[in-house]
Every structure is written in structure tokens, then in C-alpha cells.
Design a protein. Sequence first.
Length: 506
Amino acid sequence: TGVLTAGALSTITPAATAAPESPLHQVIPAPETVREAPDVEFALTAESAITADPGANDVADYLAGVLRPSTGFPLPVAEGGDVALRLDDAELGPAGYRLEVTGEAVTLHAGAAEGLFNGVQTLRQLLPAAIESPQVQPGPWTVPGGEITDRPRYEHRAAGLDVARHFFDVEQVKRYIDQIARYKMNFLRLHLSDDQGWRIQINDWPRLTEHGGSTSVGGGPGGFYTQQDYSEIVAYAESRHVTIIPEIDTPGHTNAALSSYAELNCDGVAPPLYTGIEVGFSSLCVDKDITYEFLDDVIGQIAELTPGPYLHIGGDEADATTDEQYRAFMDRALPIVEKHGKTAVGWHEYAKAEPQAGSVVQYWGVESAEAAEMAAAAARGNKILMSPADRSYLDMKYDESTELGLSWAAFIEVADAYGWDPASHLPGVPAESVLGVEAPMWTETLENSAHLETMAFPRLPAIAEIGWSPAATHDWESFRTRLAEQGPRWTAAGIGFTRSPQIPWP
Ligand code: TNX
């Protein structure tokens, strides 16, 4: 894969000098429509209360939890409040919302709790940045008057987190879920297994975690989720309207499993644990029945714990199998995913196994390579999930000076992450076959939340906007100005970020 230079993709423009717009226009992702009411302003006060329709109480509690620490106001969830969450507009779809701000009240309308939750993320961005502080701040807590009507361009707006190369514990994953939810992302793919680590307890296969989970890249201690831990992550994600997509990478990227159980190897010999960062050397034994008994246990147990519709079967970089073996493997593995009631997702190589219509093919190519294969998959009825490695990979360095991360796909500055369109990125793939976008975070070089944050911020909001906002709102000058205003919010919230020179940070 060729390494691109940052300049090849970036459009670097001089710092915007335009007067700051009303905060009503500073929301990320950009809303569908915004109508300002100049001279009108709402103020949250110590007397404010949150009123919720039946079915909206969880969102009301969540909103109160966002607003109480910095305002210090009691903000009870009660009748007759000046902040209202209404489930009265089904026309907005499951994720859409309408926010009305007058001098007297803030009202969110939606057809479902998910829409209200998305509206809450908009509302918090309309309050002063200090609203994000965990400590009481002076205020005042004003919201500019007007109306925002908003709904997503794509139903699938995802982040991905590799917990295999380095392990991230339940608290760290929850922290990341909170961060992606701010930008209305609604799926999180958890990469639960790879050569360097197996991270989820599977009953009857204890060595997967005892041995296979015992280390990580660089030889650190590793770790794993008990099934209860995993359920806790799933439930927390659900409370943030995020659906977990578990990924078990197969048939390659499996050294940790192969090292744990000799019988999974064609030669019956367990290899040692692996703590380097090479790829493409391991494979489950395609011809052995025990491979599929193993997968049935793994996929069955994980499917049981996962309420969401998808299960990701990996399928990337299977360089230790021939094409024929790869197809033979997928012909047996994919029915196991279906049997356990899940829709399969796989990396784009698995398109060659012709997964059934409705299955999701996740594109991770560079410079739109493999467009023809993706067009053929779309024509067979597959949905294409867009995570082009030279645009959306959050583990890629911003430029040559970035300390963490890799650069095999590209240097990705903010303008590169923002400067593409999922609907036209792959020539020949019809716009309606594009399911949405994902921003993957691979963690060969990333070990803690601070590392994740310097890579995710400010690029994750760029991918989130590409997934959510109408194509007509796409505008780099507008985006970089709006993004600049997020900086003080991250600082107030204790979220680290990279001060990209492309952004006019205040
Ligand atoms: C490629 S993306 C991989 C991962 C690495 C990543 C690093 C994909 C399907 N495979 O195994 O972690 O590059 O950027």
C-alpha cells in the first residue's frame, strides 16, 4: 500500500476571519435546517425543571446529569418545567428531532427517545462551553433563540475500537462511548480478538482469556471482559443510544486463539503468544470441524449477549489462506452468524465469498481501490459501510510530527478526514447501497484514554458530520470554524485533543 503525503489530500486555507456566527450555527454535526430568532434568548436558572413525556424519562435523567454538575442547579425532572422533552413528532423518523428555543422555554420534539437524545447533544452545544465542566461554574446559562430541525443522512454512524492490540477496560470504553455519542454516532464496533489478544470470556474455552488474553502489543499485561463486563458495556452503550457491534476477526488475526488451543491449528501445535504488530500470518484451520464447533460457541455466546442486529466476522488480511480456503471458511462461518440471528458484517475482502444479500461489507481501502469489487457486492444486495483507511482511520498520524499512530494508509489531517463524500467515494456503488460510515481506532500504538483522545479529536467529529449532515451542508470553511468552538468544550470536559494547525482554535 502506498503512503500518501498529507498535501495530496489536504486543502489548507487561511484562517477564517469572518465574525463568529450565532452559536445556533456552530453545531457539529451540522443540522439539516437552522432558523435564528435574533434577540431571543433562553436562560437556564436555579428554578428550571425538565419535563418529559412518558417514554422520555431516561433522556430527561441523562440531560439533568449533563447540566447539573456545571450549573449547580437542582434541575428536577418534574411537571411544568421550562425544558420539555416531547415524543410528539413521528415524522422526524427514529433519530430526528426539532429543537425550539424561545425566551420562556426550550422544547425538544421527536418521534422516539433516540431523537430526543440526539437533540440533547445539540442543546448542550448551544450552551456556553463551561457547561461541560464537572465543577460548578458561574454561568449565565443562555441558549440562543430559534429552531433547529434535524435528522441523519445515514442510519449508521459508527466508531470502531480495537481492544485487542491494547486492552481498554470497561470504564475506558464507557468514556469513549460518551465521547462518540456527543457527535450523534450510534454504533460502536468492538474489535474483541486479534493475534495479540483475546478479550472476551467464552464458556467452555477458558484458555482463550486466561492465556490468549494475558498480553498485548509490546508484551504488557493484556486483559479481558467477563461476559458480565461485556453486558455492562452493551447496557451502557444502549443508555447512550449506541449499539455495540462485536467483532471476532476470522480466519486470520487469530494467533491468540491458536496459541490457547492447539487443536485449532492444522498441525496441532499451539504457536507462542504474539506481541508484535505484523499482520497476515495466522489462520484458523479451515478443514477441521473443531474450527466451526469453536466458532459456534463463540458466535452463539456473543450473539446471546448482544441485542444489536450485527456481528462482525472480520475476514481481513487473511494472507495465510488461499482464496479457495478463504471461501470454504466463509461458506461455513457465515451460516453460523445467521443461525444465531445476526446480520454479518465483514471487512471488504469477504465480498469475494459472496455473503448473502443484506450482509454488510465494510470498505477499508485506500484511494478508492477495490471500487469495482464493492460495486459488484452492492449489485448482489450487500450494504457498503464506508471506512476508507486514508480518510477515516483515527489511528493514522495527522502528519509526520504526530508521535502516536501509524502511517501506512496516509497522513490524515482534519481536512482529509472531512474532505470526502461516502455517496460518491466508490465509483459504481449506488448511493442507496451505502449504509453509513465508521471511524476505526486501531490501537497498536495506543494504550490509554489520553492516547485515544489525541487521535479521535478533532477528527472523529469530521467523520460524524459526514455520516449525519446533509451533503448540502458540507463546507470546509464552515466546519473548521465550528470545530474550533469545540476546543473549549473538550477542555472543560477534560477531553484531550490535537491542536491541528488547520483549525482556528480560539
Ligand atoms: C489494517 S483495517 C488492519 C488492522 C490494523 C490496521 C492499522 C483492517 C481491516 N486491518 O489489523 O490494526 O490496519 O491501521
